[in-house]
Design a protein around this ligand. Structure first.
Ligand SMILES: [Zn+2]
Length: 110
């Protein structure tokens, strides 16, 4: 198994766990993504925001209007999402977690 597919599988398992624990928030995430697709189209209609590959998922990148618990963040602002290919989406999630940490724990931020 490649490193990428391992990371993707771990993410799937993590999301499945959180969706079971927080079903209402998981439904909010899906509803927000439906909104993004409705107004901006399928992610596959776009190039990845950070590399030349075709995108295959939307990721929330701006946190100013975020809702939901830490691992099931969503926003009603469809412009706060960007399209990413899978490898870049994992990096985008890492950056989002770091940005969230900086918001929540500013005194420990670098
Ligand atoms: Zn990419």
């Amino acid at each position: 198994m490649t490193k990428l597919s391992k990371r993707l599988r771990e993410r799937d398992q993590r999301l499945t766990r959180f969706a079971k624990r927080y079903p209402a928030a998981a439904a909010d995430v899906l509803r927000a993504l439906d909104q993004v697709r409705h107004f901006r189209g399928e992610s596959s209609e776009h190039d990845c925001a950070t590399c030349p590959a075709p995108a295959d998922e939307w990721q929330l990148v701006k946190l100013s209007r975020r809702e939901g618990p830490r691992f099931l963040l969503w926003s009603d602002e469809v412009d706060h999402y960007l399209p990413f290919c899978s490898p870049c989406a994992l990096d985008a999630e890492d950056r989002r977690r770091a940005a969230l940490d900086a918001i929540w724990y500013p005194e420990t931020g670098e």
